[in-house]
Design a protein around this ligand. Structure first.
Ligand code: NAP
Length: 454
């Protein structure tokens, strides 16, 4: 795939970039390592000061960065602005909390003194997706750099402007050169980058196949990985939920980020008593969504990020329909320029259909009828993924019991699944392993070292 900015709202190629040569890749890795050697000894208070500067840089040019995000991947501009704000928050959060999170931990043993300390690992490679082109990078970079590591970014090939802007943000914030560096490369050279002895660990946020590839290479090289992969999050509606409000939230949960979020709800599992009422309201709310130019602040749904992904999504919907799924609304590519897909709801779904088994990355909801809560949990868990889940009910105690039964990295009750710097984020099963954010996330890329003194 060429490294290119193509505006998905128009289909126009805005800019094509030259990929780094083998020599440039090697030099970048080496330069990052040189910077790491100084950075790891930099006082934590100085690191915090610089990370707070990064937050200020983000806020001071918020609209400019949001414009780049929307130009490259098409999310509604209001959501891009919110993404930049959230990046500033994660920088501030780790600037303020890393000293506490990584403080020496004294543990009583038979030694005269014993403790655990947390030291950086070195240069970490981050392979990142286009869907939250700022947020995914900052949620890796803020804790990793605060812990004293250096970061190399291989961003998705369709968001090079974002990748370069992020490198510049750290420079503008006063970080030493090459503590955070962007490699303009496609996916092919990634395995060779991982094999470089300087690279000590890798994290990938992206699809399951890409995750397997990275895990395979890192496994061979014995390098630590964190993988944040796909999801097919259940959105469970019980019969005591506020149906009108829940149907509205179902649309938000499915269409956020133009339906291209790992934690967007994808399977709407509704108990039979209220199924028809919920379904009618859900279809109506979906049809009311304003679709159009994502730069327009009133638009709620923009285009799919790439043309190939638009056709892939359509073929998965068509395949599901050919196998018996019913299209309640949408189910087609929208005519005109840009890569737009109609907001879609499917029902009458069964195992063996893509809309039941796979992650459909776009504004397509799978509606599934169940008898009761027990069946809802069984269907929720009947997925190769385990990223997030939400439960909608007025019976909180019952929902908490269900949350315990659900196989996923997070469960939200009466709220849509979202990430928060204070809470660990990640999945189980084919959604990956390891955690980002919170004190759990920052400890993924440190050496947890025991020191024992007689
Ligand atoms: P993707 O195709 O897997 O790409 C993600 C990154 O991996 C890109 O930088 C891509 O580079 C690279 N890549 C792809 N194949 C590779 C390979 N064989 N070797 C090395 N690198 C490779 O995913 P995407 O389409 O950008 O993003 C959508 C997916 O990400 C969805 O499945 C979504 O659920 C998942 N996601 C998960 C989370 C989470 O936190 N769990 C968050 C966001 C998204 P190129 O662009 O150059 O191919």
């Amino acid at each position: 795939m060429p490294i290119q900015t193509i505006n998905p709202a128009t289909g126009k190629i805005e800019k094509t970039y030259v990929e780094f040569s083998k020599e440039e890749i090697k030099k970048s890795i080496h330069d990052t390592y040189e910077s790491y050697l100084k950075w790891k000894g930099t006082d934590i208070k100085e690191r915090s000061r610089l990370m707070k500067n990064a937050a200020s840089v983000l806020r001071s040019k918020r609209n400019e960065y949001a414009f780049i995000i929307t130009t490259e991947m098409g999310k509604p501009i209001k959501q891009s602005i919110a993404e930049v704000e959230k990046c500033a928050w994660v920088c501030e959060y780790f600037a303020e909390n890393t000293e506490r999170m990584l403080a020496k931990e004294i543990i009583e043993t038979d030694a005269s003194e014993s403790y655990v300390e947390f030291s950086p690992l070195g240069v970490i490679l981050a392979v990142m997706p286009w869907n939250f082109p700022f947020w995914q990078v900052f949620r890796f970079a803020a804790p990793s750099l605060m812990a004293g590591n250096a970061g190399l970014l291989k961003h998705a090939s369709n968001v090079p402007m974002c990748a370069l802007a992020i490198e510049q943000i750290f420079l503008n914030a006063g970080f030493p050169k090459n503590v955070f560096k962007t490699l303009l490369i496609g996916s092919e050279p990634v395995k060779d980058v991982i094999k470089e002895p300087i690279i000590k660990a890798a994290t990938l946020t992206g699809s399951e196949p890409a995750g397997r590839k990275i895990a395979e290479v890192c496994g061979k090289e014995l390098k630590k990985t964190v993988l944040e992969l796909g999801g097919s999050d259940p959105f469970i509606v019980l019969d005591d939920a506020d149906i009108k409000e829940t149907a509205k939230m179902a649309v938000v949960a499915r269409l956020i980020n133009n339906g291209q979020s790992c934690i967007a709800s994808k399977r709407f599992i509704v108990v039979e008593k209220i199924y028809d009422e919920f379904s009618d309201k859900f279809v109506k709310a979906m049809n009311d969504v304003k679709i159009g130019d994502p730069m327009d602040e009133s638009v709620e749904l923009g285009p799919i990020a790439r043309e190939d992904l638009l056709y892939e999504l359509d073929s998965l919907v068509k395949d599901s329909a050919a196998k018996g799924a019913r299209i309640l609304t949408g189910g087609k590519i929208l005519a005109g320029k840009g890569f737009y897909y109609a907001p879609t709801i499917l029902d009458n779904l069964k195992k063996g259909m893509p809309a039941f088994d796979d992650e459909l990355f776009g504004p397509v909801a799978s509606l599934i009828k169940v008898k009761d809560e027990e069946e809802a949990v069984r269907i929720a868990n009947d997925s190769p993924f385990g990223l997030g889940a939400s439960i909608w009910t007025s019976n909180i105690e019952k929902a908490k019991q269900m949350a315990t039964e659900i196989e996923s990295g997070s469960v939200f009750i009466n709220g849509i699944v979202k990430s928060d710097p204070r809470l660990p984020f990640g999945g189980i099963k084919n959604s990956g392993y390891g955690r980002e954010l919170s004190h759990y996330g920052i400890k993924e890329f440190v050496n947890i070292k025991s020191v024992w003194v007689k």
